[in-house]
Design a protein around this ligand. Sequence first.
Ligand code: PTJ
Length: 276
Amino acid sequence: MSKKNKNLGTPNVPNDHPRAESLHYRHKLVDLMFEKVVTPSGLCAHGRGEAFDYLLGEKTIPPSEKAMEAAIASLLLAKHPVFSINGNVAALVPESIVELAEVLDADIEINIFYQAPGRIEAITSILKKAGAKKILGLGDVEPTSLPNISSNRRIVDPRGIFSADVVLVPLEDGDRTEALKSIGKYVITIDLNPVSRTALYSDITIVDNIIRCLPLMVEYARELKGTPPEELLKMVETFDNEKNLVDSMELMRTRLGYLSKDIGARRQKIQPGANE
Ligand code: PTJ
């Protein structure tokens, strides 16, 4: 997150702070944790994501744009696309999730790991405020279980993830992704960690911050809607997730190399005389 001097209106975060936008999202997650949308573990997950984002230079990299294009193409080709929404996703990008689902005619299913009284209701409320009309995973029908997984990540809505052909599972634990793959779902994820199990198991991994990439995915969806299915299929078939993950890691490595060479100059800038 690098936009400066934007009025974010976050108490205690001056807009001219060099990391104002990043701090704004941290405060937002903390506030929403007290409202039960986000779980305390969600804060840890966000911190892990931030560390990887730093290695990307907090920018959307070309391999991620490629992955987004293939992801949108596969969602447009899907018979029943479903988005799995946890607390962090609902807190960070509620409007974009609802807009993307609308453009792609996808279902939204709230699917959380840390079950606690009031959480589903809090997430429902944030999604409804963002304009969601239909939300699955609310327990109004008997839930069903994914095979090959013992934790409560197995519990899904029979009308949603269970019957989907393509599932978008952003910021997700590897067990769920592995279980979804074992029953033949086509899985798309958004994960800043290119070596997480979810990143490795998924058919398409978008290595980007969900805050940056969801609005871009909405743009791709609007652009690609109406593209002939043969062209969409070509975009999906020519996409190579393994190569894309390697390319993303190479860019992180290059940036680390650049940062290590530049460290003297950066120290001098922050602390004049440091190298004398
Ligand atoms: O709301 P709940 O109860 O379902 O819990 C949600 C969390 C996030 C706690 C849960 O799904 C979880 O444990 O996730 P993990 O296994 O920590 O995986 C989250 C992944 O998302 C990690 O690889 C992070 O690097 C990545 N990540 C975190 N923040 C972002 C991110 N990726 C993209 N954008 C982010 N903003």
